[in-house]
Ligand binder design. Structure first.
Ligand SMILES: C[S@@+](CC[C@H](N)C(=O)[O-])C[C@H]1O[C@@H](n2cnc3c(N)ncnc32)[C@H](O)[C@@H]1O
Length: 221
């Protein structure tokens, strides 16, 4: 998979690309990620990419030309252009699975007061990571990118995400590791039994209980 991220703050991505599972996925050639500073596409002599809103009001609005030209510089027939947008469709694991099957994702990160409304005509999807407003689209792009990359073949073992929360409209089962007793808190006996059939059944029951207790809405779907 190829990922292009259009942002005014490329340095924000340094950490996520240089650590852990994403770093390994890049090294193994399972994903290629390019960070593009769309300021380079500014038409103005001072490289300005934003301006005051027509009609007045506070904040600065990202102009169309640099963003649209940055999109067009990387877009191909295989691309899906995703606009980070608090007004977009709420992001779910189902969308992560869908996006993990794409060949090329382009993330468009807004900032400041947002972007010129006409930019919406040049994207395929508008995605929100939740009903709250962040300062920019960089953190949403990182969250979405991370959730997609972990699903790419070869990045992590398939059986380690197939039972994860939200995969089958339910939450994951509880997990424990050593020591068997910590400050009087013990590990459920069945997990120490070595009986794999019983452990499997216990995990299924616990996943269901967990979901009923914490996210009943998932079971209603
Ligand atoms: C301060 S926000 C603009 C908010 C906009 N004025 C509004 O109220 O809808 C700046 C940028 O951050 C990104 N952003 C903020 N919150 C987001 C969210 N919950 N999901 C996705 N992107 C978000 C978007 O790219 C947005 O253009």
């Amino acid at each position: 998979m190829k990922i292009d991220i259009l942002t005014l703050f490329p340095k924000m991505f340094e950490g996520i690309l240089e650590e852990s599972i994403i770093k390994r996925a890049i090294e193994k050639g399972l994903v290629e990620i390019n960070i593009i500073d769309f300021r380079e596409f500014s038409h103005l002599s001072n490289h300005q990419v934003d301006d005051t809103p027509y009609g007045g009001g506070s904040g600065m609005v990202l102009r169309c030309e640099p963003l649209v030209e940055a999109i067009e510089s990387v877009k191909t027939m295989d691309s899906k252009v995703l606009l980070m947008c608090p007004q977009g469709v709420p992001y779910k694991e189902k969308k992560a699975i869908e996006l993990s099957k794409e060949k090329h994702l382009i993330f468009v990160c807004g900032h400041y007061e947002g972007y010129d409304e006409r930019i919406r005509n040049f994207v395929d999807e508008e995605i929100s990571i939740g009903d709250y407003v962040l300062t920019g689209g960089e953190i949403p792009a990182m969250a979405i990118m991370d959730s997609v990359i972990r699903l790419l073949p070869g990045v992590i073992k398939e059986d380690s995400y197939l039972e994860d929360s939200f995969m089958n409209n339910r939450l994951d089962y509880p997990t424990y590791t050593k020591p068997a007793t910590f400050r009087g808190l013990t590990v459920p006996e069945v997990l120490l039994s070595g009986d794999h059939a019983k452990i499997k059944q216990w995990r299924e029951e616990q996943a269901l209980e967990n979901t009923k207790k914490r996210r009943k809405d998932l079971l209603e779907k």
